[in-house]
Design a protein around this ligand. Structure first.
Ligand code: GDP
Length: 308
């Protein structure tokens, strides 16, 4: 039986695709930056009668606000080559279905809210992540162009901020939730202040990684449209409130300090999840507290062997 190939299979989202129907690969199995390697991989798969029926492309160079700001060039280069190579190989080898991952941070900074898929290209992205954002926008263009020219059934999903087990818990380049969990763990252990970046005022929407995988698989089975699909709860919460919930769950009683010399980034990026809501009205999102608890338990159970 031909399988669904999952790239980035050891990462935050990829690790949530579990079961025999998936062929899972990570960066040590295939270097997606090089078209020839990617073509060779599919060539060998075809020769062995193991060509996948579809691809869920989770691999990407991603980071939090500081990771993006410090690595604009690398994030641009790696994402644009990974996307371009695998979409082209998929098309050449007749792969029927392909799902690419964008993010709500690829949207224009100055745009009317809520964010919906028709607004991706309406203006420049926020300056903190333009390298990543423009590279990811190009995968949307490539998919649309390939659909038009080659008739392939490829599309993108646009999740809001994802969190969960197997995240990148690096203390400089990670996303906000894994960094807060890691920093709070250390502050508790060392009896030090807990430092939050920025004012705590920005608003974000968060989705648990397991929900992203479930929704993506439901779309894989049921969606054939050309428009990217936003994956989000459409529920905003401030960074300050997230800090309080994590402090409560981790039983941290020390000082919480907001370091305003660190960037706030975009003030908010509220998204329109009506496509998912209409298509999958019974889908139950993991409540934030429950997802945070699972992420914290995972971190505590795996530290220090976490991805840093
Ligand atoms: P973004 O959603 O793309 O901006 O990326 P992040 O996941 O890195 O979230 C950034 C937001 O969280 C900004 O408003 C930061 O000021 C705030 N924040 C607070 N503390 C931290 C932290 O320790 N790490 C990160 N990455 N962001 C933090």
């Amino acid at each position: 039986m031909s399988k669904i190939l999952v790239t980035g299979a050891y990462g935050l989202v990829g690790s949530q695709f579990i079961g025999d129907e998936y062929q899972r690969i990570g960066s040590s199995d295939l270097n997606l930056l090089n078209q020839k390697y990617v073509d060779d991989f599919f060539y060998m798969s075809e020769k062995n009668g193991e060509l996948p029926e579809g691809i869920i492309h989770c691999a990407g160079k991603v980071g939090g606000i500081q990771g993006n700001m410090n690595n604009q060039g690398q994030f641009f280069y790696e994402n644009i080559f990974m996307n371009t190579s695998i979409i082209e190989s998929a098309r050449k080898f007749g792969i029927k279905k392909f799902i690419a991952f964008l993010s709500t941070c690829v949207f224009p900074d100055d745009v009317e809210y809520p964010l919906s898929s028709d607004k991706i290209h309406l203006g420049p992205p926020h300056k903190s992540n333009y390298g990543y954002a423009y590279a990811k926008r190009m995968s949307d263009i490539q998919i649309k162009a390939y659909r038009e020219q080659y008739g392939v059934n490829y599309f993108s999903v646009i999740p809001c901020n994802i969190y969960g087990p197997n995240d990148n818990y690096n203390l400089e380049s990670g996303h906000v939730i894994p960094m807060l969990i890691h920093k709070m763990y250390l502050a508790k252990k060392n009896n030090t202040d807990f430092i939050v970046w920025g004012s705590g005022n920005p608003l974000r929407e968060f989705i648990f990684s397991e929900d992203v995988a479930k929704l993506t698989k439901l779309l894989y089975d049921n969606y054939d449209g050309s428009d990217p699909v936003v994956l989000s709860t459409s529920e905003e919460i401030s960074i300050g409130e997230i800090v309080n919930i994590i402090a409560e769950l981790m039983e941290y009683g020390g000082n919480i300090i907001f370091n305003k010399t660190k960037p706030d980034g975009q003030y908010r990026k509220p998204s329109d999840n009506s496509v998912i809501k209409n298509m999958l009205p019974d889908f139950q999102f993991t409540p934030l507290r429950e997802g945070l608890k699972k992420s914290i338990d995972w971190f505590n159970g795996n530290y220090p062997k976490v991805r840093l």
